[in-house]
Design a protein around this ligand. Sequence first.
Ligand SMILES: [Zn+2]
Length: 59
Amino acid sequence: MMHKACPKCHGDVYRQTWPDLTVDISCLQCGRILTQTEVQAMSQRVMASKRTPAMATAA
Ligand SMILES: [Zn+2]
């Protein structure tokens, strides 16, 4: 679960796996399903926030 990650209502989103094994990230509050672009942008923000200053310097 990612808090306040919904681009529409800033609600909490969660990973949803369908019977055909498709995975979507959808919003608990409004039910919006994030697009692949939005999911990628979201995960990049998470990666960036986890990066330490030392690693950022190395990169
Ligand atoms: Zn939402």
